[in-house]
Design a protein around this ligand. Structure first.
Ligand code: GLN
Length: 482
């Protein structure tokens, strides 16, 4: 079964001529089409387009004119990354029919390397959520138990990879949206350093926190995709060109002498089974030569309020552009301009997005700005300092990704605060701009995946990938969930 293979294995098959890109692509498309009614991982399948791209790749291979070593490999793309000519909804009613006229830089780079796009994956509306339940297109389902959430906001990407409906996928992570669904679905997910990947063409949620990253069923594959999309871009002034030193061939999985910090704050309020699984892996890392030491990230308790002030403030500003004129949905039967704005936004946005626009507008308004937004920025600085102090002593920080394993669909959606609080272990990395990876660390008694998070200092992706590889080595390879 080609769909059970990793990108690395598929590359070998392509190179030896045992499989063509057309065959591989067709198997993934068929499997995706047959599982999607049950799992809702994809909003749009790019059936015809992908087969055309695969045929073109096979033709290049025959001529010996490959675009890169990865030419002909398929993957899926989160639906907030603009794919020119292919519908990009952001999980929102307001963009339900939006076909972008241009490509995001990350997508452009994948195409230039010969990657095939299988489709666009389901997500929380504008990436606001932790479950995909806020998607205009309905929730994606966890392939380990379809009554449970797959996590979010990049839930569709995690499901697609876990269920072998794609060998890898792009996601975005503003407060945990790659790492948390990766943990809930038992796959690898990495959020790189802020600035490592261009945000050009990523529909903006909270611009100072958003980063694009990758999902895969192995650490090597996640690193491979990240290596292709990384790099500075003149169209994103916050991106930076740093050499990619984490290609799969450069990763050793060697943790000999690596100093690993274990912050006590990240183990409080965590379910026993999750805590125990992570502690067990830490022992195995020690056995492999790492040195662990307790550390403190003492401002962790401020992370939730700081994040939900900054993210909503930025979102309220970013989402002002959906006015019914420039993009997407426009309400019919309107009387005047203001009526057009009001109706379009009222009908086009879902409840969670409206809640965040209101919260963000409030904290930025005059008289409240100092008390809320400015205070949150100061809190962010304190959280950054915590990490700076920690990374003066350790190479990497290991924690759980989530406080529990995947919860039930419907369990938290009517209580936004409970939902927000569940992000406590992932959002600090975004506030500090540091890279983080989620790697599978076993399952709980119900058979639900548990994730282990590794955070590193800015641009230290190589270290956290090596550490993740050491964890993967003791856990063994992942098999598709269904
Ligand atoms: N769950 C968080 C939120 O709703 C993070 C989402 C994300 O990373 N895009 O804001």
């Amino acid at each position: 079964m080609l769909t059970a293979k990793t990108l690395t294995e598929l590359t070998t098959l392509l190179d030896s001529g045992e499989a063509s890109s057309a065959q591989i692509t067709k198997e993934f498309l068929d499997r995706a089409a047959s599982l999607n009614p049950r799992l809702n991982a994809y909003i749009t399948l790019n059936g015809e387009g992908a087969l055309k791209e695969a045929a073109a790749s096979d033709a290049r291979r025959k001529k010996g004119a490959l675009l890169s070593r990865h030419d002909g490999l398929p993957l899926a793309i989160k639906d907030n990354i603009c794919t020119g000519g292919l519908r990009t909804t952001c999980g929102s009613g307001i963009l339900r029919d939006f076909v972008p006229p241009y490509d995001a830089t990350s997508y452009e780079k994948l195409k230039a390397a010969g990657f095939i796009t299988l489709g666009k994956t389901n997500m929380d509306e504008f990436a606001m959520g932790s479950t995909t339940e806020t998607s205009f297109f309905g929730p994606a389902k966890n392939p380990f138990d379809t009554t449970r959430v797959p996590g979010g906001s990049s839930g569709g990407s995690a499901v697609a990879v876990a269920a072998a409906m794609a060998p890898a996928a792009l996601g975005s992570d503003t407060g945990g949206s790659i790492r948390q669904p990766a943990a809930f679905c038992g796959v690898v997910g990495i959020k790189p350093t802020y600035g490592r990947v261009s945000r050009y063409g990523l529909v903006a949620f909270a611009s100072s926190l958003d980063q694009i990253g990758s999902f895969a069923r192995s650490v090597d594959d996640a690193a491979l995709v990240l290596g292709v999309i990384a790099g500075g871009d003149r169209r994103d002034a916050t991106s930076i060109d740093r050499p990619v030193d984490f290609r799969p061939s450069e990763l050793t999985g060697d943790v000999e002498g690596m100093r690993i910090g274990v912050p006590e704050e990240y183990f409080q309020g965590v379910a026993d089974e999750v805590k125990d699984a992570v502690l067990e892996k830490l022992k195995q890392l020690e056995a492999a030569g790492a040195r662990t030491e307790p550390i403190s990230l003492r401002r962790t308790e401020y992370a939730i309020p700081v994040y939900y002030l900054i993210a909503t403030a930025e979102a309220s500003s970013n989402l002002a552009r959906y006015d019914g004129i420039r993009y997407g949905y426009r309400a019919p039967d309107v009387k005047a301009l203001e009526d057009l704005y009001r109706k379009t936004r009222n009908e086009g946005f879902g409840k969670e997005v409206k809640r965040r626009i209101i919260l963000g507008t409030f904290s930025l308004s005059s008289g409240y700005y100092d008390a809320y937004y400015l205070k949150a920025l100061k809190g962010r600085t304190l959280i950054i300092r915590d990490f700076q102090e920690a990374f003066a002593k350790v190479d990497a920080i290991v924690t759980p990704v989530t406080t529990t394993t995947a919860f039930r669909i419907g369990e938290k959606i009517s209580n936004p605060l409970e939902m927000y609080v569940s992000d406590i272990l992932t959002i600090s990395a975004n506030l500090a701009g540091i890279p983080g990876i989620s790697v599978p660390a076993g399952t709980d008694r119900a058979g639900l995946p548990i994730g282990l998070q590794i955070m590193g200092n800015h641009f230290q992706e190589r270290k956290i990938l090596d550490c993740a590889k050491a964890v993967e080595r003791v856990s063994g390879p992942l098999t598709p969930a269904v």
